[in-house]
Write a protein that binds this ligand. Sequence first.
Ligand SMILES: C[S@@+](CC[C@H](N)C(=O)[O-])C[C@H]1O[C@@H](n2cnc3c(N)ncnc32)[C@H](O)[C@@H]1O
Length: 262
Amino acid sequence: MTPRPEGKISRPGVLLAEAPEDAGRAQTLAEEMGLSFVSDPCMTGGEAVWLVLNGDGLALTDGKMAVSADMTSMLPRLRTDRLASELLVRAAGRVKEGEAPLAVDAAAGFGEDALLLAAAGYRVLMFERDPVIAALLADALSRAERIPELSEPVSRMRLRREDSLPAMGRLEETPAVIYLDPMFPEKKKSGLTGKKFQMLHLLAAPCEQEEDMLRAAWNACPGRVVVKRPLKGLCLGGLRPAWSLRGKTVRYDCLVPSGKQI
Ligand SMILES: C[S@@+](CC[C@H](N)C(=O)[O-])C[C@H]1O[C@@H](n2cnc3c(N)ncnc32)[C@H](O)[C@@H]1O
């Protein structure tokens, strides 16, 4: 994405199908996201950004550059020799051979962190409440299913297009881990950099409910809650983590719910 222009920028309002053969799918997607469907590039004229569907998948564009969610960019980090040293994987905990415990990613975004957890052996239930981000993620997952190195971890990932806050109160299975990275208001840095980070910021408002999310995660009684924080950020909700893992820009706070509701 080009740098965020000065002044107010609006969310995408239209979805363009580049080729006639994409029109049917584009129309369905546009309806799901509450966007207008167009089949003529001229009809995107008044928009700063719009969604486009073509042979490469679904992307957000300003007409010059297109940004999509893309799991292939994660491939180097999924190599066996690197995966075990990923801070998030260490924070979630090692998966024993033959097991596939449940991890809930309560703020999935483009699913990159969820993919790390899936590659480490977790079944990952992802929640994404923004319909456009969820559609971009779903598109990335369906492309990744067809890539041999990604198909196995992706088969353990499931996306729910809903707000995780109420959903965490009615999970059908107690997760081993609940992971929270909901774009904290004070967050200046993220694992996602450049174009992708700018796009997430364009689409997703900073989360104002982060303490409620932590409370909902804790009360779901998982084995642990992992919270991604800015390196020097305060502990969420004033709750002291049992331990933390520190990287260059972020920190993973690990909390072990006591079973007592908060
Ligand atoms: C910082 S991004 C997550 C990035 C993600 N960890 C990754 O690896 O791509 C935060 C995302 O959480 C989503 N989000 C925030 N609060 C949410 C909630 N209560 N339920 C579901 N999604 C939420 C936002 O829409 C945004 O897409």
